[in-house]
Design a protein around this ligand. Structure first.
Ligand code: SF4
Length: 356
């Protein structure tokens, strides 16, 4: 009998689990507090749970954390974590300190099947989807590596994979992270980034999760976006932006549009002006990401002058546009640079890629 990974369960499901074992429901909240709150994974060490309950749990459950295979520190103080899963496949998470923030970038899939032309992860293909426990497990593992006094303040779903293509696990992991008896993160401190799966965005809008949404936009015409991001052939700019306009935003929250600047491709003044027109009337902000080179890529980072000119046009039109010099560029941990060998079966890729 395979053991249930407790990291896959919501605190309410832990309550039901202990109830099924004859214990009162509040014991489930205690169990969740040990695991998500204190990061304790040894059932035997959960001293305020009755011994017979711990025994019954140990017969049915385990806490399966990804193993840390490698930690690569960057000169900018970010750290890339290479994690190994039970089936031998690997994924990456990145810890990124920035002033009083400490952001963890998590993966939702092993590899990615979307094949964006500028993205190294996209060259891996899709290995498999992660389970909710494998997603929240990245937070637990990263938290264990922190120096005393430090804590993860923000979580971004921008690592390997497309979160909305692994919809159910992504949403469950978000519920575990934001549950007061789970990790207790404020939803405002969590951002889900999508390549633009319209059906997934609309479904997410109905979940009442109140997390931030980020869209990988990267182009202002369908012609260029088709070339950069094959997903645009299924969900074009008009459909994507219409879904964004309908997305319910809590007060003072805005949708973030990620825009990687590629020399001679999407970085001209006419692109910037089109971007202004596309986002008119929307509560939006733009993150401009100068391309992070990787070996074998045909794209180049634009000259600084061009980058600043692009930003200036957006600012002149009253659009918040921040330049994001990616963290961890020197260690291959920057946006679009995450890659590990995929060591699991690829056969499931096509089925798992269908939009939610
Ligand atoms: S940018 Fe995101 S969706 Fe596109 S290939 Fe890379 S990881 Fe996948």
């Amino acid at each position: 009998m395979s053991l249930v990974n407790l990291l896959d369960l919501l605190p309410s499901e832990m309550e039901s689990l202990v109830e099924s074992l004859g214990a009162p429901r509040y014991r489930g909240r205690q169990l969740a507090g040990w695991i998500f709150g204190k990061g304790v994974t040894d059932l035997g060490a959960m001293s305020d749970l009755p011994k017979d309950l711990r025994q019954a749990l140990a017969e049915r459950c385990a806490v399966d954390l990804p193993e840390v295979e490698r930690i690569t520190p960057s000169q900018d103080a970010s750290r890339k974590l290479v994690l190994r899963l039970a089936d031998g496949s690997r994924l990456q998470s990145v810890l990124m300190p920035d002033d009083d923030r400490l952001t963890l970038c998590v993966s939702t899939q092993v590899g990615c099947g979307f094949g964006c032309a500028f993205c190294l992860t996209g060259t891996m293909g899709l290995g498999r989807n992660l389970s909710p426990g494998e997603i929240v497990g990245q937070v637990l593992v990263a938290r264990r590596l922190l120096e005393p006094g430090l804590r993860i303040t923000h979580v971004v779903y921008m690592g390997m994979g497309e979160p909305l293509a692994n919809y159910a696990a992504t949403v469950k992991s978000l519920r575990i992270l934001t549950d007061p008896h789970g990790f207790g993160f404020s939803p405002r401190r969590i951002t889900v980034s999508t390549v633009g799966l319209v059906a997934g965005i609309e479904k997410l809008a109905r979940e009442n999760l109140r997390v931030n949404l980020a869209i990988s936009l990267h182009a202002t015409t369908d012609e260029i976006r088709d070339q950069l991001m094959p997903v645009n052939k299924a969900f074009d700019l008009e459909a994507l932006l219409a879904a964004c306009r309908r997305f319910p935003l809590p007060v003072r929250q805005r949708i973030t549009f990620e825009y990687v600047l590629l020399d001679g491709v999407n970085d001209g003044p006419e692109d910037a002006r089109r971007l202004v027109r596309l986002l008119r009337g929307m509560r939006a902000k733009i993150n401009l990401i100068p391309f992070n080179d990787w070996e074998g890529s045909s794209f180049r980072r634009p000259a600084l002058q061009k980058i600043l000119a692009f930003q200036a046009i957006l600012l002149e039109h009253g659009i918040t546009a921040t330049l994001r010099w990616s963290k961890g560029e020197d260690i291959g941990a920057a946006c679009g640079q995450l890659k590990e060998s995929v060591s699991v079966r690829r056969g499931r890729a096509a089925a798992e890629l269908t939009a939610p």
